[in-house]
Write a protein that binds this ligand. Structure first.
Ligand code: SAM
Length: 179
């Protein structure tokens, strides 16, 4: 029994340390999107897609798994470089047999985003500045970028929605290369 307690304590302790470490490194914790924001965001996405979709910084999978359910004919890549939430998503994918979801530990700044037609994120201002440059360089075909809470600093959204929550959270929609 003592051994079991030590094992459980060690797992919890090292998971906690790992989350703290990657939160400091990434500049953002794996804080999930709230249910109200999730609902409004998902309701305002295209009703159907077969094209590749990415979530940049998927955390525990709050949006990624819903995207995978909403678009059964598309492949969703959930980028998450923090080990504990990443491992949680891998187990969740296995348990719920979410075959159209790819869980990737890759740093999304090092990924080629040009293949994605829909990109979803909930990050922080510094990441949006960095991503704006990456999008400008890599998005060469029509792509919808959706970010909530934080906007791209220099790009005008095609649509902005305000969630009726405590923070009046904004959801920003951007159309890349739309004629
Ligand atoms: C605020 S959470 C959002 C979680 C999820 N998208 C949601 O809406 O519920 C942001 C996540 O982005 C991850 N992240 C930050 N920078 C990253 C990077 N360069 N590559 C991969 N993941 C990153 C963090 O580890 C964190 O889990």
């Amino acid at each position: 029994m003592l051994i079991l307690n030590i094992i459980v304590f060690s797992i919890v302790f090292f998971s906690f340390l790992s989350i703290i470490y990657t939160t400091i490194k990434n500049g953002i914790s794996p804080m999930p999107t709230s249910p109200k924001v999730k609902k409004m965001l998902l309701e305002n996405l295209p009703s159907h897609s077969e094209a590749p979709i990415a979530e940049l910084g998927a955390g525990w999978g709050t949006l990624a798994f819903q995207l995978a359910k909403k678009y059964p004919d598309a492949t969703i890549t959930a980028f998450e470089n923090s080990f504990v939430p990443y491992a949680f998503m891998v187990i969740r994918k296995f348990v719920f047999s979410q075959d159209n979801l790819i869980v990737s530990r890759k740093d999304f700044y090092k990924a080629d985003l040009s293949m994605y037609h829909l990109i979803v994120s909930y990050l922080y201002p510094g990441a949006m500045t960095r991503l704006e440059k990456q999008f400008r360089e890599q998005l060469t075909k029509e792509t919808i970028v959706v970010s909530h809470t934080f906007a791209l600093p220099n790009r005008k959204p095609s649509k902005t929605m305000i969630v009726s929550d405590l923070y009046r959270t904004k959801i920003y929609f951007y159309d890349y290369l739309k004629k």
